[in-house]
Design a protein around this ligand. Structure first.
Ligand SMILES: Cc1cc2nc3c(=O)[nH]c(=O)nc-3n(C[C@H](O)[C@H](O)[C@H](O)COP(=O)(O)OP(=O)(O)OC[C@H]3O[C@@H](n4cnc5c(N)ncnc54)[C@H](O)[C@@H]3O)c2cc1C
Length: 498
């Protein structure tokens, strides 16, 4: 029941909506850049990191394009376009540097609490795919950001890299894989807790859990009036802020719509849920030590690439396979079935209908995924683990990803699979939509928020940004000496020697 009781207004320089890795990263960056600013973080659940950032709600891959084949498409002439892979890797290098800084400055006591070295592998079968993987390897192997990558078609070598995947395989089909030691597994939930713990120890930071943001409007002075419901007392808490970051994950779109800023018009969302098979047999978990990414099936969205993943959570190794896509109209795992219907507005209806019309392969893929039996799921796993037995695996539900739908002059509307930072009202509000490459690139995305919303502060912050992130301001690939230095420094500081 809605209560009309209101409490006295709290005022902050910065309000962070949501307690996931994105808000936590922005909060930490801003607190280090400008310690005297007050920051309020509001999360609707009773703890931080309970949605997509939670360890088992995502795959925990430190996405650096070391193994994800969707970042390296083959051109018509057979050459490989590595530009997207380089961009994703550059973004991950920013995360590595910021995390290394946090460790060296004592903010994070032990990197192993959230980050572990796990080799990244790409694995394919069939002549055409093996040829593609070889060409991809040739295109990447001498690039400074991809040094140390190895390629093999030799079954004995493949068995050494991934015994579980090779065991029980019948000879005859050509196989190929790449392997690189510099891959990582990231517990984004643990990272979120570490960042929020740091913030909680700082002056001028308030963490308000079980507080749901219901509305936000800009007043004539330019300040944001944020209406927050304290879910414990069921009272409304009025909050004022100079700047608001909508880091509400799947819940960001409805809040962006409530701002009324022109940039929010025409934007829609399409939720895709994820499921994983999680291994329950410690003997099998112990026999695999890699993140092995395959090729997506036809019509599948890029984030549905199948992968067999070693996880390290709370110091314990785990193993998951997936994701299997699902469909739910919820925007958050702990959201409402009304989320999607309520997000449809006159200004985004055309774009959403155009996307429904133009994405039949995706629709077919999702229908097939939702209707598949346990046996079909197990057969997909057996492409990677031929001897997999159903009793060793359990199905778990991961987080929701809300893909961005945007108006498009030619097509009416387009579905995007990347992340999108939307800012407005002279940079006093920013929202993060979309989910890929996701949490791995949180630092890069938050630097984009900072550059769009705090441009006038950047000259003052430049030195500190470069102290925390030495490559800040330019790509590493163009600066081989700095690239080598950053690689060595972050490997050492983050204990990634393997
Ligand atoms: C199946 C799956 C696999 C993935 N795999 C990877 C991977 O391998 N590597 C990778 O880098 N990324 C991966 N991702 C993406 C990654 O999980 C997300 O990009 C990241 O966790 C998003 O963080 P966030 O802080 O934006 O959102 P979340 O972690 O979802 O946090 C949102 C927060 O906002 C709160 N909230 C929502 N609405 C409100 C409101 N009205 N008021 C107050 N609080 C609110 C929520 O309770 C929550 O605390 C994956 C995602 C999924 C779903």
């Amino acid at each position: 029941m809605t209560s009309h009781t209101t409490r006295t207004e709290s005022a902050y320089d910065v309000v962070l909506i949501g307690g996931g890795v994105m808000s936590a990263t922005l909060g930490a960056l801003l607190k280090l850049l400008q310690p005297d600013w007050s920051i309020g973080m509001f999360g609707r659940l009773d703890n931080v990191a309970k949605e997509s950032s939670n360890a088992w709600n995502n795959a925990g891959t430190g996405h650096a394009a070391l193994c994800e084949l969707n970042y390296t498409p083959s051109r018509a002439d057979g050459t490989i376009d590595i530009s997207k892979a380089v961009g994703v890797n550059e973004a991950f290098q920013l995360s590595r540097q910021f995390w290394a800084y946090l460790v060296e400055s004592g903010v994070i006591a032990s990197p192993r609490a959230f980050l572990n070295p796990i080799p990244h592998m790409s694995f394919v079968w069939g002549d055409e795919n093996c040829d593609y993987l070889r060409r991809r390897y040739e295109a990447l192997k001498d690039h400074p950001l991809f040094g140390g990558m190895r390629f093999s078609t030799d079954p004995a070598q493949l068995a050494q890299w991934m015994p579980l995947v090779m065991e029980g395989r019948t000879a005859g089909t050509k196989l190929a894989a790449t392997w690189i030691a510099s891959g990582t597994d990231v517990n984004f939930g643990a990272l979120t807790h570490l960042l929020v713990n740091f913030l909680s120890g700082q002056q001028g930071f308030d963490l308000k859990l079980s507080h749901e943001v219901e509305d936000l409007k800009q007043d004539a002075s330019g300040a944001w009036r944020v209406s927050v419901r304290d879910l414990t007392t069921n009272t409304t808490v009025p909050v004022a802020a100079r700047f608001v970051f909508i880091g509400a994950g799947g819940g960001a779109l409805p809040l962006l719509q409530k701002t009324g800023i022109p940039e929010s018009k025409g934007v829609g969302g399409f939720p895709v849920s994820g499921q994983f098979l999680r291994c329950t047999n410690p003997d099998i978990i112990a026999r695999h030590h890699a993140k092995v990414y395959g090729k997506a099936s036809v019509g599948a969205p890029p984030m549905s690439v199948p992968h067999l993943d070693t996880r390290v959570i709370d110091g314990k190794e785990g193993l998951l396979f997936g994701p299997y896509a699902g469909f739910s109209t919820k925007f958050l795992k702990q959201g409402s079935l009304w989320d999607l219907p309520k997000s449809i507005r006159m200004d985004n209806l055309g774009a959403m209908l155009a996307v429904a019309r133009d994405n039949m392969p995706l629709t077919r893929y999702l229908v097939q995924q939702v209707l598949q039996s346990n046996e079909t799921r197990l057969n997909a796993l057996r492409d990677f683990v031929p001897n997999a037995r159903s009793e060793d695996w359990e199905l778990i539900t991961a987080g929701q990803r809300v893909q961005v739908i945007k108006k498009d002059e030619k097509k009416g509307g387009v579905l995007q699979f990347g992340t999108e930072v939307i800012t407005g009202a002279n940079g006093t509000v920013a929202a993060l939509l979309g989910a890929s490459p996701g949490a791995s690139t949180a630092v890069s995305i938050m630097l984009t928020v900072i550059s769009k919303c705090f441009a006038s502060e950047l000259p003052r912050w430049d030195a500190k940004l470069k102290e925390m992130i030495p490559s800040y301001g330019g790509p590493l690939a163009d600066r081989p000496d700095l690239c080598a230095h950053v690689h060595d420094w972050t490997t050492r500081a983050l204990q990634l020697e393997g």
